[in-house]
Design a protein around this ligand. Structure first.
Ligand SMILES: *Cc1c(COP(=O)(O)O)cnc(C)c1O
Length: 377
């Protein structure tokens, strides 16, 4: 196969080329307006995205990690200083919590969904827990209602990490409208991507929204008047807001295409490879499979010129800089080394999807991934 025939894991170039005219015209609007930060594009994007999500407020910030950090800072203030989350979601919440001066405690994940297992949550809750970050991993909604039930009347807030789930929905609503606060990332490879960094926080709580609007600009309650401590500079600029406005109308159909790709992979995969389902309102951010050895499947795919990636190779509690003592996360540990992500982006051609399906079909037979393990398929 020539390199032209390679199926890349991701290819940002395609959407940039396809949307070239629209993006350039959005940039021209900003340049001609002479306004670069917190102007009309930014306000319009905040309004359009909150209408889309079904939340009262959207507050633009500079990245998804900032969205998590500022959400946690907005909630801090009581004596409670521990954030509960999962350890298999890339470490963004841990980085944000540390930046906000908070402790992190991990809960294991559900082997079927790889999202927080709310049946293990109770044991992690005590008087120090202030928030639970529910990561909608790979585009699948975590069980926010289940988490809320476990919390009961305790003063613990729920933050949704929607970085991989822009546009996801279920019967309760859209990602970003289910918790007390929600963090979005517009990093270029996310489902709703900017042409650089960007992020947002969604909430329907007026007080939290106001606090975050202060925190994202130095704690100002008016220009040069600091009314809230803990603030810094985290802004979504006019150019990125304008680009995001041109892309938002396409998000739902893009997500539908992602789901369709994943269901083709499911149909093609042999019993030794379990493709995580992307049904209903799944955002289809990543096509993740579980197999006995991610490395050997990656090698097989590479032999067919198909790019893959691992999300994620090192769980948070095993990161060398974050050494966490005594974390007991058997499912998280068991899945590490067995998850592999296949190409999944809306601009993939049907020929490329077929090539990946062929790669799945021709993977040398090995036992089903659950045969000799505690993790059910
Ligand atoms: C990408 C991502 C983030 C961080 O977003 P940035 O914009 O890169 O800071 C947070 N959480 C999850 C689950 C992500 O995938």
């Amino acid at each position: 196969m020539s390199s032209v025939d390679r199926v890349p894991f991701h290819d940002l170039d395609r959407s940039l080329k396809m949307q070239r005219e629209k993006l350039l015209s959005a940039a021209a609007t900003v340049v001609d307006s002479g306004w670069l930060v917190h102007g009309k594009q930014h306000s319009a994007f905040e309004a359009e995205f909150s209408a889309f999500i079904g939340s009262e407020h959207v507050i633009g910030v500079a990245s998804g990690t900032d969205a998590l950090e500022l959400s946690l800072r907005a909630l801090a203030g009581s004596k409670r200083s521990t954030v509960v989350t999962v350890a298999n979601a890339g470490g963004y919440t841990t980085a944000a919590a540390i930046a906000a001066g908070l402790e992190v405690r991990y809960v294991d994940v559900d082997p079927r969904t790889h999202c927080l297992d709310h049946t293990r949550l109770e044991a992690a809750l005590d008087d120090d827990v202030m928030a639970i970050v529910v990561t909608h991993l790979y585009g699948r909604l975590g069980d926010v209602a289940g988490v809320r039930e476990v919390i009961g009347t305790r003063p613990i807030s729920i933050v949704e990490d929607c970085a991989q789930a822009s546009g996801a929905f279920d019967a309760q609503g859209r990602a970003g409208s289910l918790g007390d606060l929600a963090a979005f990332s517009f990093y270029p490879t996310k489902n709703l991507g900017a042409l650089g960094d960007g992020g947002a926080i969604a909430t329907s709580d007026n007080d939290l929204a106001e606090r975050i609007r202060h925190l994202r600009q130095y704690g100002w309650i008016a220009k040069y008047d600091v009314g809230v401590s803990g603030g810094r500079n985290s802004r979504l600029d006019e150019l990125q807001a304008a680009f995001l406005r041109t892309r938002l109308p396409q998000l739902s159909s893009d997500n539908e295409r992602r789901r369709a790709i994943i269901s083709e992979y499911r149909a093609a995969a042999p019993p030794s490879i379990r493709v995580l389902p992307a049904e209903g309102g799944h955002a289809g951010h990543l096509a993740v499979v579980v197999t006995d050895s991610a490395q050997s499947l990656a090698r097989h795919m590479e032999g067919l010129s198909i790019g893959t990636a691992i999300h994620y190779p090192i769980p948070d509690h095993r990161q060398r800089a974050w050494k966490v003592d005594g974390a007991w996360l058997p499912v998280t540990d068991e899945l590490t080394g067995r998850v592999l992500s296949l190409p999944c982006f809306p601009e993939m051609t049907s020929h490329e999807v077929a090539a990946v399906c062929n790669g799945l079909r021709t993977y040398p037979h090995s036992p089903a991934p659950s045969d000799h393990r505690s993790v059910s398929p």
